[in-house]
Design a protein around this ligand. Structure first.
Ligand code: F6P
Length: 511
């Protein structure tokens, strides 16, 4: 596709800089609501399965108009269309980026559509067999990063939709405490081990898989075909490992975008084929919204542009995720990888160093726990941190008083951040004017979760498109992996040749 101008070279970028100096830096939310009786309507919108109130953010109609000009001048819509046309937009790995195809349905106009449907059907049929198999009581999913966070997050989020008779365990860390704790709870005859690794080479996953297999055999297990399955793009490596039940996916599925692929098997076992189809349907609805809604009414685009406004003009270094739903415990970690592995880049598509910032730090905890931990800093610390509240209107439990109090707390925190409280000179003074977005799901269902995750994918795509970076590679994790390979044998040998003094000293202490 044609090259796009760099964002900092566009007229809109310069206009945003001037706008920030004029009214952005001193923007006052209180005055903005007073001046515009329609502010809530103007800055809130519905998208498939998600309602978003963006009105408590430090922007006005002029800001958003300039951000939309920025998107236009950076060719965001054309870049989005290139994504959905299957062009090789992951240029450093020379790959298309087609996780959207995994949820596009059988009628998708793509050469890989038939293969996707075959794999999905095979994976879901297997999931249904496992669901019906009463002898299997424990599912142990072994994977890391994108091969762990998606299914782990979604299985917890959709606990209310889980079938009976199965416990789910996730092992990701190479820390033996993780695997040992799970193995202590399971029996070989009742366990299905799922080894999830796109490459089937990742040190953590391979080490955990080998140890799990050794444990299985040492405990008398023999039927590997029944008790082990692999989810991977490297089916030969899985076979060489001794696993014959495999489900594949193609190289154009990035790890952090792989929940929709065979990597979703534990979720499919948990919620069944129908539930998994609903997850895909929700994501597909959001894909259609992202592809077709005008940019000014396109929720992922609006969120992505807001992220750019905050990162590059307000210079906010982080964003806090505050899901007010216990099932979304792992959502902050999931979104962390999505944003920070995608957009934590310091060079443009040509490899030239960037003079502007990219991904913010993402962090968070479910409410109300977060309120009693770090919200003090959000309200009265020296830096503003935009907060993204996520609330679910209908709970999956029958304790309505709890839910009312939970939602009241979410609303109160957003209100307090914005309003503040005056106690000039005193410790009880809250400056207020602290920005937040408020996303609402009607209920946490497979469909709404699918739409919500696709929304987050596309907002990360939008800011990455403006920044002109490759949101789909992750070279930054390579160096540490290589150094760990070098250091591991030194623990046995004690050899510290060529190491810096600190690493040598610590090696000495740790071995
Ligand atoms: O953290 C780096 C990374 O490559 C992630 O992008 C990926 O999700 C994870 O490692 C796991 O990789 P694999 O699925 O190949 O084991």
């Amino acid at each position: 596709m044609a090259s796009r101008p760099r964002c900092d070279a566009t007229p809109a970028w310069r206009a945003l800089q001037a706008h920030f100096e004029d009214t952005g830096r001193a923007f006052d939310l209180h005055r903005a609501f007073e001046a515009d009786a329609k502010r809530f309507e103007r800055f809130s919108q519905s998208a498939p399965q998600v309602f978003a109130d963006l009105s408590k953010n430090l922007w006005d109609a002029d800001t958003e108009a300039l951000l939309l000009q920025l998107a236009a001048q950076c060719g965001v819509a054309a870049y989005r269309d290139a994504l959905f046309a299957g062009q090789a937009i992951n240029t450093t790995e020379r790959r298309a980026v087609k996780h959207w195809l995994l949820r596009a349905g059988p009628e998708a106009d793509d050469p890989d559509a038939a293969e996707v449907q075959q794999t999905l059907a095979a994976m879901l049929a297997y999931a249904e067999r496992v669901r019906a198999d009463e002898a299997i009581t424990d599912i142990v999913h072994i994977g890391i990063g994108g091969s762990d966070l998606g299914p782990r997050m979604a299985v917890a989020a959709l606990a209310a939709y889980r079938g009976p008779g199965k416990r789910f365990h996730f092992v990701s860390n190479i820390d033996g405490h993780d695997l040992a704790a799970v193995l202590a709870q399971v029996q070989p005859a009742g366990t299905l081990f799922i080894i999830a690794s796109k490459t089937f080479t990742t040190l953590e996953t391979m080490t955990n898989a080998r140890s799990a297999c050794a444990w299985f055999q040492a405990e008398g297990g023999t039927d590997i075909a029944r008790h082990f399955a692999a989810l991977t793009s490297n089916v030969e490596a899985a076979r060489a490992f001794g696993i014959t039940t495999t489900f594949g996916f193609r190289e154009w599925v990035g790890g952090r975008y792989s929940l929709w692929s065979a990597i979703g098997l534990p979720l499919a076992i948990a919620i069944g084929a129908e539930g998994f189809h609903a997850l895909l349907r929700g994501a597909r609805e959001m894909d259609a919204h992202f592809r077709t809604a005008p940019l000014a009414a396109n929720l992922p685009v609006r969120l992505g542009l807001l992220d750019v406004w905050y990162r590059n003009f307000h210079r906010f270094a982080s964003r806090s995720i505050a899901p007010y739903h216990g099932g979304l415990q792992r959502l902050p970690a999931y979104l962390q990888q999505l944003e920070m592995e995608s957009n934590g880049k310091r060079v443009d598509l040509q490899g030239a160093a960037l003079p502007y910032d990219t991904a913010p730090v993402l962090w968070g905890e479910p409410g109300t726990d977060g309120q009693h931990a770090f919200f003090q800093m959000l309200h009265q610390g020296t830096q503003s941190v935009p907060v993204e509240f996520i609330a679910v209107r209908q709970p999956a439990h029958a304790l309505p008083d709890h839910h009312r109090l939970l939602l009241a707390n979410a609303l109160a925190q957003a209100q307090a951040l914005m309003q503040g409280r005056s106690d000039p000179g005193g410790h009880r003074h809250f400056t207020g004017n602290r920005p937040s977005s408020f996303l609402v799901l009607e209920a946490l269902t497979p469909e709404s979760l699918g739409a919500f995750i696709a929304l987050q994918e596309h907002r990360v795509f939008t800011s990455g498109a403006v920044w002109g970076i490759n949101s789909f590679d992750q070279w930054g994790v390579e160096l540490g992996k290589a150094l760990a390979q070098d250091l591991a044998p030194r623990f046995a040998s004690g050899d510290n040749t060529g190491l810096d003094a600190s690493t040598a000293g610590l090696l000495d202490r740790l071995r």
